[in-house]
Write a protein that binds this ligand. Structure first.
Ligand SMILES: N[C@@H](CCC(=O)N[C@@H](CS)C(=O)NCC(=O)O)C(=O)O
Length: 205
């Protein structure tokens, strides 16, 4: 299988962490594909033109990151990251959705910040930031208690929190949220996260 990624994409990072947690690295080749490059969508066979995109062994393409992660999980790695039923499943999927929505707000905030400033931009920037902070509060509120196996919600939340520090270093959420910060510090030490730090690319947005 081939996974199209960009080195700065948090959505792609979520899939890359998933692959490492499942222990199926040897089944997937990671190809750096910058979505802004001419023809990138054709290479990825992805009508959305976004990374990540997975080309399966059958030659089909899969997107977006939640679908790719669940597909990879279904292949039977050394663990399962998607609880099969009941409250644990919905808690994990809800936390994944929360983290992905927070990333969407951060991407929109960056796009808005790169535009020549006007009063409207200021409005949107504040609106996107408010969503990001509300998501971080919710991440703290819904932190799992005790020892449970890592799941897709944990991975998504860790990746989204890391992306704030990567893209907006002056917006360090950690000092005001010690409980979340200590959870993050621990999960960030996992080899899957340590091996996939985001790297800026000259054409990344
Ligand atoms: N919902 C998608 C979001 C993917 C996404 O927005 N990827 C960005 C990179 S971080 C991208 O490829 N952007 C290119 C574009 O918007 O044309 C997912 O979860 O995979």
């Amino acid at each position: 299988m081939k996974l199209h990624i960009s080195p700065s994409s948090p959505y792609a990072r979520k899939v890359r962490v998933t692959i490492r947690e499942l222990g199926i690295e040897d089944r997937i080749e990671e190809a750096v594909t910058i979505p802004w490059d001419e023809g990138a969508d054709a290479v990825m066979h992805n009508p959305t033109g976004k990374v990540p995109a997975l080309i399966t062994d059958d030659g089909d393409s899969l997107f977006d990151s939640p679908v790719i992660c669940e597909y990879l999980d279904s292949l039977g790695g050394r663990v399962s990251l998607f609880p099969s039923a009941g409250p644990a499943r919905w808690a994990a999927l809800r936390r994944q959705a929360l983290a992905d929505a927070m990333l969407d707000a951060m991407v929109a905030r960056r796009v808005e910040g790169n535009r020549p400033g006007d009063a409207d931009s200021e409005y949107w920037i504040n609106r996107h930031w408010s969503a990001v902070w509300r998501c971080i509060d919710e991440m703290e509120r819904t932190l799992p208690n005790g020892d449970k196996p890592i799941d897709i919600g944990d991975i998504a939340v860790a990746v989204a929190l890391a992306q704030v520090l990567f893209r907006f270093g002056d917006r360090d959420w950690r000092p005001s949220r010690p409980k979340l910060a200590s959870w993050f510090e621990e999960i960030a030490r996992r080899p899957s996260l340590a091996a996939t730090h985001p790297v800026d690319h000259e054409r990344s947005r």
